[in-house]
Design a binder for this molecule. Structure first.
Ligand SMILES: NC(=O)c1ccc[n+]([C@@H]2O[C@H](COP(=O)([O-])OP(=O)(O)OC[C@H]3O[C@@H](n4cnc5c(N)ncnc54)[C@H](OP(=O)(O)O)[C@@H]3O)[C@@H](O)[C@H]2O)c1
Length: 331
């Protein structure tokens, strides 16, 4: 049994508890909110948290002996302080993406995890998704690899609000913006598969908000020797392009990189002059047996059960490399 404390009672904490509820090892024993009323309302609408104790201070919740681990579902600028506080109190931490607002904070968090002997994992759902895992297992078949292209472009209701002058958490200058909010979903899986790129270039489109400059869409080009990665993200327009890895011996395709619901492979057909039949797609896996947020809680609980301090998939090295790439793109 793993007893969780939850920080933040916004919609992301509601969403993740739907996934957590599907793992019988998870209990919610504490909820921390800035207000007692918000915590009470959160507990009323989430049956898994019905017996949770309420806190209005992360430090106090972290001192609760009935809490083994903390999920951090608050805005990006709180991740570092809350994580370090919980790790120092001997709690494992599952922290929302991005792990921190920059690599310097990320390194502080990784250091605190090492010193505490506790588990720290970024709650990046995309790489723990079984359809993504299927693609990851088949990459050798299509190599040598030449190109990776990934998209996460979704017109956001918060962009609509931004145009009216309201700056939502997702657009806060200096701590959020489109890159940290959605661009990260194109970068993290790439780094989880291929590690650190040799070259990073990009262009971020920004707008002036009442609170400063915020990025709203962008494109990045990352090099991995013979393979180039082209990443595109947006909160101002939609795209229906899949994410694709192309190699000399075929292609791997995910319908969406954020929450993949279908993985396909297209083996390279016999060489043609362009007149021959097109190669057919084969479905590798389809659908998700569990709620999309279940898989991060399963990975986290498996790691605690086996006494391991880091995920091989959502590793701290991947999280830190992603933060370094984002720092460079935001520079
Ligand atoms: N994995 C995903 O699919 C996904 C989706 C969306 C967001 N996220 C991540 O989740 C995090 C929260 O984003 P969001 O858009 O949900 O933010 P949000 O709605 O502004 O905040 C979430 C909750 O955090 C608490 N909070 C708000 N401002 C705070 C502050 N200044 N200091 C401390 N606590 C504060 C509030 O809970 P109380 O009122 O209870 O204090 C709020 O309901 C971000 O890191 C974001 O990147 C992940």
């Amino acid at each position: 049994m793993i007893r969780f404390g939850i920080t933040g009672t916004g919609r992301i904490s509601d969403w993740v508890l739907k996934g957590a509820s599907q793992d019988s090892r998870i209990r919610i024993t504490a909820v921390c909110s800035r207000t007692k009323e918000a915590a009470e309302a959160f507990i009323r609408r989430n049956p898994i948290a019905e017996n949770a104790r309420i806190y209005t201070s992360v430090k106090e919740m972290a001192a609760d002996p009935q809490v083994d681990a903390v999920y951090i579902g608050t805005p990006n600028q709180t991740h570092c302080d809350y994580t370090v506080t919980c790790l120092k109190a001997g709690k494992h931490v599952l922290c929302e993406k991005p792990l921190a607002i920059n690599a310097s904070e990320g390194h502080r968090m990784a250091e605190a995890a090492k010193e505490s002997g506790c588990l720290l994992m970024e709650a990046m759902i995309s790489t723990l998704n079984p359809n993504f895992r299927e693609v990851a297992a088949r990459i050798e078949e299509i190599g040598p690899l030449n190109r990776y292209s990934s998209y996460f472009c979704q017109y956001s209701s918060k962009y609509e609000a931004l145009k009216r002058g309201e700056v939502a958490t997702a657009f806060k200058p200096g701590t959020a913006g489109a890159l940290r909010d959605v661009g990260i979903y194109t970068i993290y899986p790439l780094v989880a598969l291929f590690g650190r790129p040799s070259e990073i270039r990009g262009r971020l489109h920004t707008i002036r908000t009442a609170e400063g400059i915020s990025d709203v869409h962008g494109t990045a080009w990352l090099s991995y020797g013979e393979m180039d990665a082209v990443l595109t993200w947006s909160k101002t327009y939609d795209s229906f392009q899949p994410t694709e890895i192309a190699g000399e011996n075929g292609n791997l395709i995910l319908d969406e990189v954020h929450i993949a619901r279908k993985a396909e492979i297209v083996p390279h057909a016999a060489p043609t002059s362009g007149q021959g039949p097109k190669p057919g797609r084969t479905t590798l896996s389809e659908g998700l047996p569990n709620n999309e947020y279940y898989y991060e809680f399963k990975e986290f609980a498996d790691l605690i059960e086996s006494g391991r301090k880091e995920s091989d998939i959502n590793s701290l090295e991947t999280s830190l490399t992603v933060l370094e790439i984002m720092d460079k793109l935001l520079d």
